[in-house]
Structures are given as C-alpha cells and as structure tokens.
Design a protein around this ligand. Sequence first.
Ligand code: PLP
Length: 414
Amino acid sequence: MQSTTYSLDSIRSDFPVLERKVRDNKPLVYLDNAATTQKPIQVIDAITDYYKNHNSNIHRAVHALAEESTEAFEATRGKVAKFLNVADTREIIFVKGTTEAINLVAYAWGRDNVQKGDIVVTTEYEHHSNIVPWQLLTQETGAELKYIDIDENGELMLEQLDEYLATGKVKLVAVSHVSNVLGTITDVKEIIKKCKNADAKILIDGAQAVPHMKVDIGNLGCDFYAFSAHKMLGPTGVGVLWARKEILEKMRPFLGGGDMIREVHKYETTWNDLPYKFEAGTPNVADVICFTAAIDYLTKIGMDNVRNHEIELTKYALEKMSKVKGIVIYGPKDPEKQGGVISFNFKDVHPHDVATIVDKNGVAIRSGHHCAQVLMEKLEVPATNRASFYIYNTKQEVDVLIDSLDQVAKVFKL
Ligand SMILES: *Cc1c(COP(=O)(O)O)cnc(C)c1O
C-alpha cells in the first residue's frame, strides 16, 4: 500500500455494493472473496453497454454488430494472453469456469492419454473440481488416483510426489496453485521441475492464484492452467483453460456443435483451428467481452500491489485472530506462504453458528466444507469458517470481524 497507485478509498468507491447496509443497517463487510469477488462499476457498465449497443452473435454474420462483437470477444482473448504472458492467443480457450476447464482436460486429453495401470496424482487440499473429474477418469480407465498429503502447516509433502514419479507410471499431476481453504501457496515451480524430469504432464488449478498474484504462464512450464473470471472482479460464467498448442492440437474435441467444426458431412467432420475447436456453440459473448474491464482494472492497480495489500491484511488479521479465545486457525499462518485466505474454527462450536453471529454485524464469511471434503476429512472437522480478502478490504473491516469473533467466544463462554 506504499505504492502511489494503491488508493483504497478510490478503489472502494468503484464498488457500488460496498455501500450496502445489511442486517439492521450494518455496513457490509464482504470477506467471502474466495467464493466470488464483487464487481467494480467499470465491469457493470461494460455489461450494460454491450447489451445496449453491440449485442450480436460472433464469428458468423458479416453485419456491423457481429463484427464489433467478434472483435471485442477476440480482444479479450488477447488481453488474457497478455495478462498471463502467453505469446500465442490460440492457447487461450474460453470456458464456463475452472470446473469446465478441468473437465475438458479430463475428457478430451485424459480419455486418450491415461490407461489402466497409469497414475494420476492430486492433493489433499484440492477443490472438488480438481478431484472428481480425476476420480471419474481413473475409475473409467482403470488408472490409479494418488494423493499428495499435507503436513500440520497445511503444506504439501512433496517427497510423496517423488515416490509416485519414481514408478514411471504418472501421466498427470493436478494441483491447485493456491488452496481455497488453507490459503497455502503451492511450490508449483518445484512440482513442475519434478514432473518434467519424470515426463508427467502438469495441470494447475489457478482459481485462487490468478486473481491475487502475478502469474506468468509463459515462463512457468506447466502444461494446463485453469481459472475463473468471477473470482477476479469479472462476470460469472467465464473461465479460461490455457494449454500448450502442441497438446491442444493432438487433443480430440470436448463438445461437438457449431463453431468448432471446419466441415461437416453426413458421417464425418473435420475440426476448426485452435482455439475454436474447443469453443462449441454460442459462447458467453457478453461476459467474455466484459471480462476485459476486470483485467484492465487489475492491471491498472498492478498485481504486485494486489498481493502486497493482501499480505498486509492477512498479517494483521492473523495477529489479531490468534488472540481470540478458543480459536483454532488452520494452514501456514504465515502471510508470505499463503494467499488472503484464513480458515478457522472454535472448539466445539459449529461453523454455521459462528457465521450466523458475525453475519448479524454485517460480516460475510463462509462456513462449510468449501468444496473440499477430502481436506475436511484430513482436518477431522465437518466444516470450517473462512475469511478471504481482496483489493477493497480494509484493516477496519478486519477489526469488525475480530470484534464479532470475540462476541462468539463470549456467547459460547470460551
Ligand atoms: C472456485 C474454485 C474452483 C471452481 O471454480 P468455478 O468457478 O466454480 O468453476 C476450483 N478450484 C479452486 C481452487 C477454487 O477456488
């Protein structure tokens, strides 16, 4: 926040919803950013502008509106590529979200490259969307699914990956860049190095990374990378799969239909070029186009400033939270080793009761299993509470959270 470009007041004034009062006129304190982020006025205006002035289908007609929409749609592709330092825009595929991106890989790549006896590796802290597609794939093919466990700090025990890779049977390692529950930042560079040496492909679920830190796919060296627009100020229903061109070219299509074909005959079809081969049917034109406004917004702030702001908030929150009576905090508990996500519980208090009490003060946190039941089993809890920060959150908001947590401790006599 030392940077002159980071003005919290001016950022907050761009988000209309932050003026909301909830629950008996309490100012909204929105700390559920790992689920989805709020949208700045620039993104909201872009959506209205699109439907007011440009709405049309893309890649088909030659009329003026179709040309404008097609150009804007492809401009977003270019913007995404630049944001992630990807040189070839054909490697950027628009999908519905992280979930669809991972399923695309599991079906269109997995069904042809993973066989009986092969191993797919994932981790104990994955979101369900980076577990279930691999369960389906390995069950269908007779391959084996293996997990990298976490240690008591919520960090991956990478020696286990070495053991799996030593078998020579690992075809794919699928791992999240940042855990959506513990906040743990995965050492993806190290994992990629290990995978390269063992000739295994690597997929990274970046749903909690791209919104919060600089991600340089061009220099990372992974094979697949997935994320969602709605967790980075953008609209719902838009996500990105990045994959190496050589891999995409060899892959069969995922969905069949319009736009993904070159020629269709009664009994045979040839595929369109990349990336269209993987974008069947009318895509989410409006929301893809508006995603540009979100990327512009983050670019203007600067991803290093976004990360620094979250480090500062997380440090502040961890210090204060650790003093709340009866609280148990999960994960690294180190702002340098985690994203702006803190999971916690109170001994013997159900997380839903905690979330209900803090909600009375206008504070939105998440309680539940966070689509990570494998991790809940590991932690031996049914659920946790989770506070997650973004560019517009303030230390004063953290104070409101802490006061509310002190109330929880009081109500339950901890
Ligand atoms: C949110 C999330 C997903 C799923 O994203 P969708 O937008 O729901 O498809 C996957 N992985 C992680 C780590 C997430 O946080």
